[in-house]
Design a protein around this ligand. Structure first.
Ligand code: NCD
Ligand code: ZN
Length: 354
């Protein structure tokens, strides 16, 4: 077993950084590990214009630590009303890298999402023309579709027809959770890739539900059957260029998670690359960690591979019980606490120098 592994600096191709006084702590965790990150636009209100993205980018850059050259890559939130002109403006801006499609009601802050994808066809046609990627939260939201089957039904009802209508549209199928998604991405010649989270590689629905319900393991798309977890592990560690790292780290205050109707999202940015190393080690595929974390995503987005290097060492450390959520250090009640994944437990990999 290697004691350390050195890879080109990785990127996080799916990240929630939120806004306001929690931004600084979240950016610090990501900037310690990743050179770049695709920043999700599901704020309240959502980031729907280049101007809003520029202002959000400024707020993020203002809290990047001095010793870091972390680069946020911005996205715009697709709505029923997004115009082809907005797509054109985004492409011109250079700092907006993609659009994010949330089916209305699918997840946290998705009320303004797309009600019928056909309404977005003029904007999507412009994305195809300009080579702007469409990032998709792939879940059907119809009330009669079982929550564990929302991804597979989405593939049939929305994704396949979309690929047929726009054969050259660059698509990232975000945070895939099923063998159906793996099989679709592997089998099609469409320019489509998929991100996979560390938590879906390390866990399945038993972790969330056996022995008691664990709200900190609840995210969307929800953890699935172990067989799906195995399919994701196989895909991520295969070395295939169609799969790359996207943490979907999605922080919520402790009191919003530990409640009768807890919100969806796991926080993993405190240990993101370390958790992926753990998953790849378990699969005995550490040699493919670099392709998944540092090469495949950059290639898909048409960006250079980072020249910097990152070394991970196999050394255990204790995850804190919580992190301060926001800058008000005087208040450490549950509305100002962030519970990280594996709080109070050990992680086997560590960033060199930490
Ligand atoms: C995300 C969030 O909290 O913003 N939640 C989650 O469970 N992943 C939204 C999302 O990506 O679905
Ligand atoms: Zn997300």
């Amino acid at each position: 077993m290697p004691k350390s592994i050195t890879i080109h600096a990785p990127d996080d191709w799916h990240l929630h950084l939120r806004d306001g006084d929690v931004l600084k702590g979240l950016v610090a965790h990501t900037a310690e590990r990743f050179k770049r990150a695709i920043v999700m636009p599901n704020l309240v209100p959502p980031i729907t214009s280049v101007e809003m993205a520029a202002e959000y980018l400024d707020r993020i850059l203002a809290v990047v630590p001095d010793n870091s050259d972390f680069e946020p890559l911005m996205t715009l939130y697709l709505t029923d009303n997004t115009t082809a002109q907005t797509v054109f403006n985004a492409h011109q801006s250079c700092f907006v890298k993609a659009f994010k499609l949330y089916p209305a009601g699918a997840t946290t802050n998705s009320d303004a999402g797309v009600s019928d994808i056909k309404k977005c066809y003029p904007a999507i046609a412009e994305m195809q023309k300009l080579g702007v990627p469409l990032l998709i939260h792939g879940e059907i939201t119809d009330a009669d579709i079982d929550i564990f089957e929302r991804e597979q039904v989405f593939i049939e009802r929305v994704l396949k027809p979309l690929c047929e209508d726009f054969p050259e549209l660059k698509i990232v199928f975000e945070h895939i959770t099923t063998s159906f998604a793996v099989d679709f991405v592997n089998s099609t010649s469409h320019p489509i890739a998929a991100t996979i989270t560390a938590h879906h590689l390390l866990m399945n629905r038993n972790h969330m539900l056996v022995g008691g319900i664990r709200p900190h393991y609840y995210c969307l798309p929800v953890l699935k059957h172990q067989q799906h977890q195995q399919a994701l592990i196989k895909a991520a560690t295969s070395g295939s260029e169609k799969f790359f790292l996207g943490t979907d780290s999605a922080p919520h205050a402790q009191n919003k998670k530990e409640t009768a109707c807890g919100c969806a999202g796991m926080y993993t940015s405190h240990a993101a690359i370390e958790l992926y190393a753990e998953a790849f080690e378990r699969a005995d595929k550490l040699e493919n960690l670099e392709a998944f974390s540092s090469l495949n995503g950059a290639k898909f987005y048409g960006l250079p591979v980072n020249s910097e290097k990152l070394t991970l060492v196999r050394e255990s450390w204790d995850v804190p019980e919580y992190y301060q959520f926001g800058t008000n250090e005087a208040d450490n009640t549950s509305s100002h606490r962030l519970i990280p994944l594996f709080a109070g437990e050990q992680i086997n990999w560590k960033i060199n120098g930490n």
